[in-house]
Write a protein that binds this ligand. Structure first.
Ligand code: ATP
Length: 233
């Protein structure tokens, strides 16, 4: 569904992504894992059309989207959920959510809102509250809810577990699994290797701008090298 080949990108003379090949098929959760500063955010920026690729190609649903505008990418249904702090703090929960569906007519927006509230009853209870006053976990839910408002065909989640307590991290991963079980393919970009490998079907390890390792998540969980480097085991 999403196919990345030979992807390169960076900032001026600094090349951050140095030739990435990856694919996400319908129904999958695919994890891109890596430590701080390896290029996860840069990959997200390129996939959402905010930063141009310097080489390579991105295809979504069979069409080339390399060089497409963020707007066109969103219209195609490739929806990027930034980490939870990137909501609009001075707008209400409802206003934040409605922004996710701004291009839809009112009936669609209302139906999408209802679907989000079914998934996140907590957001319904806080519908008029300023988003900036939500807890970290609630802000993360709001960011995902806003992504769902856009009627995604594939959701890219940027560090959804960032800044959450261990219990909330568990809940967040359970939620991601549930969204996927309902039929939504997910690209999960995370630092949390252990829990990501539990819910993903496949994973890619990003190191210094290349995928140093990739494979079935179940195999990677047992890989001694990976356990040594990433889990300190
Ligand atoms: P983190 O998990 O810490 O957010 P990351 O994997 O998302 O890290 P990126 O933000 O993609 O990493 O950064 C990758 C590299 O690109 C870093 O060395 C960073 O300093 C560099 N970089 C990021 N943005 C810019 C920029 N606008 N100009 C120059 N270099 C940048």
């Amino acid at each position: 569904m999403l196919e990345v080949s030979g992807l390169r990108a960076g900032y001026g003379p600094v090349e951050v992504l140095r030739g990435l090949d990856m694919a996400v098929s319908g129904g999958e959760i695919v994890a891109v894992l890596g430590a701080n500063g390896v290029g996860k955010t840069t990959l997200n920026k390129v996939l959402s059309g905010v930063l141009p690729a310097t080489a390579g190609a991105i295809r979504f649903d069979g069409s080339a989207i390399t060089g497409a505008s963020p707007d066109a990418i969103v219209s195609a249904g490739l929806i990027h959920v930034p980490e939870g702090r990137k909501i609009f703090p001075n707008m209400s929960v409802r206003e934040n959510l409605e922004l996710g569906s701004y291009r839809r007519g009112k009936p669609r927006r209302r139906a999408n809102l209802e679907r989000v509230f079914e998934t996140f009853p907590r957001l319904r209870e806080r519908i008029r509250q300023f988003a900036g006053t939500l807890s970290g976990g609630e802000q993360q839910m709001l960011a995902i809810g806003r992504g769902m408002m856009a009627e995604p065909r594939l959701l890219i989640l940027d560090e959804p577990s960032l800044g959450l307590s261990p219990l909330l991290v568990e809940e967040m991963f359970a939620l991601i699994r549930r969204l996927n079980a309902d039929g939504l393919p997910i690209l999960l970009v995370e630092q949390n290797v252990v829990q990501s490998l539990e819910i993903a079907s496949r994973a890619f390890i990003l190191e210094n701008g290349i995928f140093a390792m990739h494979g079935a998540a179940a195999d990677m969980r047992d890989d001694p090298e990976l356990r040594r480097v990433y889990l300190g085991l």
